[in-house]
Every structure is written in structure tokens, then in C-alpha cells.
Write a protein of this length. Structure first.
Length: 198
């Protein structure tokens, strides 16, 4: 089954699997430089990708910066802007990439897909304490673990089992996309913004 998300400018349509890009040359190069090691990739994303600056607002920071708050183009605005991994690596704030929870999660999954199988790592969509959020889910010894990419430094690997307060609604990588909650991909672009997790 395929799904469509509208989480870019002009509500353009994408299959969510398009946002996981392990074969992009910059992603492949970075994965190789980090030794195809999950810990080093996770550490790199947390330390080198900055959450968009400023207060939590109803419109996505990238949309406002690109078009201005009162642009007629924003009449059909989405509340989340999904960054492709190459964009996260290309946009810079004081030498660090810029991305919110989706962009940083998509980058880590893309890096990990260079050395983990398609059934071992996914970008996850859902909620945490009632707010829309994205994270990385990784399979290890039959158990799913969460890697939170919005922290300034990574949590120890295998320290956060999947479950509350993270509520999984959908997950995907470059090979497959699945909804746990029917309509989760449709709702993705309609959620309010979640500030960076502490």
C-alpha cells in the first residue's frame, strides 16, 4: 500500500518513503565517514542538527522564512515542513544543519539504512504527551527502541524502549510505509508544532 503526505510548499504530494534517502551521495558519504556505526551517526545528528530557532509558532519556521507571514501563498499552508536529508545537510545555522523532529529523524534513518536492513530502522510518526512528533525506531534483539534526534546530545543506545509516552501512529523507511492509526499520514500535515524535547 502507498500513502501520500502533503508536508511541503504548495501542499505538493509525496510518498513518505521519498524522505528516506540512503543512496543520496551526501548521505552515503557521511555514513561512510562515520564508519557505518549507529552510535556515531546518532551522536552526529544530535550534535550537528539544530532545531529551528525561535518560539513555538503555529506555522512552520521554514514556511515563514521562505514566504513571509502574510503571503497569499500560505493560504493553503501545512503546519509541518518535512525536510529531505540533503536539505538538512545543506541548510546551516552557525555551521550546524537545521531541522525539526522530522528532518533530523529522516536524516538518521537515511544514514542508518546504509548499514541496517529495511526491517531494522524506521522513521516513526505519532504523538508524545498529545503533541505530534517524529523519532527513529530501531529493532535490536526482537525489541523496538527509540532514538530521539531533537536532543543536543544522544541518549545511550538501547536506553529507551518503544512505548509511552511515545504513541506510534505510522512508520516508514525507503522501502515501506505502514499506518498503525488509519489516516495517520493524512493527519501529519495538520498537527500543531511541537517544540524541541528536553
Amino acid at each position: 500500500m502507498s500513502f501520500i503526505v502533503r508536508t511541503r510548499f504548495f501542499a505538493e504530494e509525496h510518498d513518505p518513503r521519498e524522505f528516506i534517502t540512503p543512496d543520496h551521495h551526501r548521505v552515503k558519504l557521511l555514513a561512510a565517514q562515520l564508519g557505518h556505526d549507529l552510535w556515531r551517526c546518532y551522536d552526529w545528528v544530535c550534535r550537528n542538527v539544530e532545531y529551528p530557532p525561535g518560539p513555538a509558532i503555529s506555522l512552520d519556521m521554514h514556511s515563514i522564512k521562505a514566504f513571509g507571514r502574510h503571503s497569499p501563498i500560505l493560504k493553503d499552508v501545512v503546519y509541518e515542513f518535512w525536510e529531505f536529508p540533503a536539505e538538512v545537510l545543506g541548510w546551516s545555522l552557525d555551521g550546524r544543519g537545521i531541522a525539526d523532529c522530522e528532518g533530523s529523524s529522516f536524516l538518521l534513518v537515511s544514514l542508518a539504512r546504509n548499514f541496517l536492513g529495511p526491517g531494522e530502522v524506521y522513521a516513526a510518526l505519532g504523538t508524545i504527551r498529545g503533541h505530534g512528533h517524529a523519532w527513529v525506531r530501531v529493532l535490536r534483539r526482537g525489541q523496538w527502541y527509540i532514538l530521539e534526534t531533537t536532543h543536543d546530545k544522544p541518549s545511550p543506545l538501547w536506553s529507551l524502549l518503544e512505548g509511552e509516552p511515545y504513541r506510534l501512529e505510522a512508520y516508514f523507511n525507503d522501502r515501506e510505509a505502514r499506518e498503525i492509526v488509519p489516516g495517520a499520514f493524512i493527519m501529519t500535515g495538520k498537527r500543531g508544532k511541537l517544540t524541541k524535547l528536553k
